[in-house]
Design a protein around this ligand. Structure first.
Ligand code: NDP
Ligand code: 8X3
Length: 251
């Protein structure tokens, strides 16, 4: 029987590209996000290749998370792979000027949302003594950059949770690993700059950023290693990027 992957944040960027890559390689999909029309379109497209079930919920709402996962039909109730991907940066301000609402959003989505989803899915993985969890961290979770403050903190938390999960779930044979991308051109900067397209586009100008497909390809590689191989922590940057702050913009 084929595998089933549960992908949060599948309506855009890295999550969507991962869904497409998995669909092209026969992995059934449970796709999550808040934008229902996008989920519907993804189901129509990828449903031609693999089984697809969609769940529309906000990862910040723990009751909604539990209700959605408990509602999974039998054909999708066994989750082999969990991609904890939903997340964003909100705002780009020095710490003294940051918005408390932005801080809430980043901690609630990137950290607490990841925990709620994982906690709800873990019992079945523990029961089967099998499962693979990929946490999408960031270079921002390895190195703080100016005005990154709380977004970086949320991704440092993902790094700690990734390590903690791997330690605590080791006895159940569950694989846990993080992929930490650098600059990837997605809707990430549109969200960070609250719809300011010009500012968002500027982030990716003058060099070749990663494409979401580059990360999807790596995620697929990670989940297709033999069972005894666990890729625990991976940093992936565009060639033009050397650190969170050093990017070779050939303009
Ligand atoms: P996108 O903005 O393109 O995608 C973000 C996804 O997260 C969307 O599908 C969105 O779906 C979902 N999401 C956001 N908030 C919520 C919420 N409250 N509840 C449920 N789903 C939510 O960005 P990326 O693809 O770039 O980001 C994916 C992950 O990759 C994030 O964790 C990000 O931090 C990380 N990352 C991104 C990098 C980059 O440079 N782009 C680099 C390093 C890491 P919807 O709006 O439909 O709910
Ligand atoms: C996203 C990468 O450098 O924009 O996590 O924070 S960065």
């Amino acid at each position: 029987m084929g595998k089933t992957a549960f992908i949060t944040g599948a309506t855009s960027g890295i999550g969507k590209a991962t869904a497409e890559h998995f669909a092209n390689n026969g992995i059934d999909l449970i796709l999550c996000g808040r934008r229902e029309s996008r989920l519907k379109a993804l189901k129509e497209t990828f449903g031609k290749k693999v089984g697809v079930h969609t769940l529309c919920f906000d990862v910040r709402d723990k009751e909604a998370v539990q209700k959605a996962i408990q509602s999974l039909p039998n054909a999708f109730s066994k989750i082999d792979i969990l991609i904890n991907n939903a997340g964003n940066a909100h705002g780009f301000d020095p710490i003294n000027e940051g918005s408390m609402d932005d801080w809430d959003a980043m901690i609630d989505i990137n950290v607490k949302g990841l925990l709620y989803v994982s906690k709800t899915i873990l019992p079945q993985m523990i029961e089967r003594k099998n499962g693979h969890i990929i946490n999408i961290g960031s270079t921002a979770g390895k190195e703080v950059y100016p005005k990154g403050n709380v977004y970086c903190a949320s991704k440092y938390a993902v790094d700690a949770i990734n390590q903690g999960m791997r330690i605590d779930l080791n006895q159940y044979g569950i694989r846990v690993g993080a992929i930490n991308p650098g600059l990837v051109e997605t809707e990430f900067s549109n969200v960070r700059f609250k719809g300011d397209e010009e500012r968002a586009d500027n982030v990716y100008k003058g060099y070749q950023p990663l494409k979401p497909e580059d990360i999807a390809d790596i995620i697929y590689f990670v989940v297709t290693r033999p069972y005894h191989v666990n890729i625990a922590d991976l940093i992936v940057m565009p060639t033009a990027q050397a650190s969170s702050t050093i990017v070779n913009k050939r303009v």
